[in-house]
Design a protein around this ligand. Structure first.
Ligand SMILES: [Zn+2]
Length: 267
């Protein structure tokens, strides 16, 4: 079982309440200590002596800068495709997921490392990776490992929008019909998660479950449409898995968790 879960805040994520996430996880795992912390870098830099803080902050900033993705085109395609900056796609800062994770992992104290400690780091920046054969960076919501990183911007940017919506939106934009775009956005609000959506905490809980199941059982993902462990490819699927009335861990996954808790108790 997991001894401790540490949840890091993304203060810029509007509507994200990590207290609610912590509460949910501690009810689910009564024997696990669940802690909430400020954002990852502020928290860990704060653990060092004050004189060191400035130097450390500077070091982290440099290391992060080096790992930022400025061109979304895959390195082996940069000869034949024009560069695409994240801001061209209306994206915030983008990092390669593994590289960001490396920077963060180096800051974890010895006594909080290992399989019994699960660090869940929420960020608003985007994470992604270059998939072999793909011309552009593939964005992702979650990077499993030590620590587990969850991009709240990814909730909005990664799943595909309903096709009808994307098509009409592009069409209206090309005609400069901004008001009609707003109307369309409103009409589809129920079917897609948008930036600033207050339902973000529920989706964030769902991805914390992904982190937990990956750590406990080495896998996440589910075929049940209303199970938050489902890998949502579209916004419709995301809404159904996390925000619909019958959203909740399916019987199979609930049983897995109960059995894992039972084993611990028997030891
Ligand atoms: Zn399930």
């Amino acid at each position: 079982m997991i001894k401790a879960i540490y949840i890091y805040d993304a203060p810029d994520a509007i509507g994200l309440d990590i207290g609610v996430i912590a509460q949910y996880l501690s009810e689910l795992l009564p024997d696990t200590q669940v802690q909430t912390r400020t954002d990852f870098f502020t928290y860990h830099i704060g653990q060092f002596d004050l004189e060191l803080t400035d130097a450390l902050t500077e070091q982290v900033v440099v290391r992060l800068d080096e790992r930022e993705v400025h061109n979304l085109v895959a390195p082996d395609r940069r000869g034949d495709l024009p560069p695409v900056a994240p801001e061209d796609e209306d994206l915030p800062t983008v990092y390669q997921a593994e590289q960001l994770q490396d920077v963060m992992r180096a800051m974890l104290p010895q006594d909080e490392r290992g399989d019994e400690h699960l660090h869940i780091v929420y960020i608003t920046q985007c994470i992604g990776h270059f998939e072999p054969g793909e011309p552009y960076l593939t964005l992702q919501i979650i990077q499993h490992g030590q620590p587990t990183i969850i991009s709240t911007t990814g909730f909005v940017e990664v799943p595909a929008l309903p096709r009808e919506y994307s098509f009409r939106r592009a069409q209206l934009l090309s005609f400069g019909m901004d008001e009609a775009v707003e109307e369309l956005d409103e009409r589809f609000a129920e079917r897609a998660l948008a930036h600033g959506d207050t339902r973000i905490t529920r989706v964030a809980i769902g991805y914390a479950l992904h982190a937990l199941f990956q750590r406990l059982f080495g896998e996440s993902g589910c075929d049940e449409p209303s199970c938050p462990l489902r890998h949502a490819r579209t916004h419709d699927e995301l809404i159904e898995a996390h925000l619909s009335e019958n959203s909740g861990l399916c019987d199979h996954h609930t049983r897995m968790l109960i059995e894992a808790r039972g084993e611990k108790g028997a030891r």
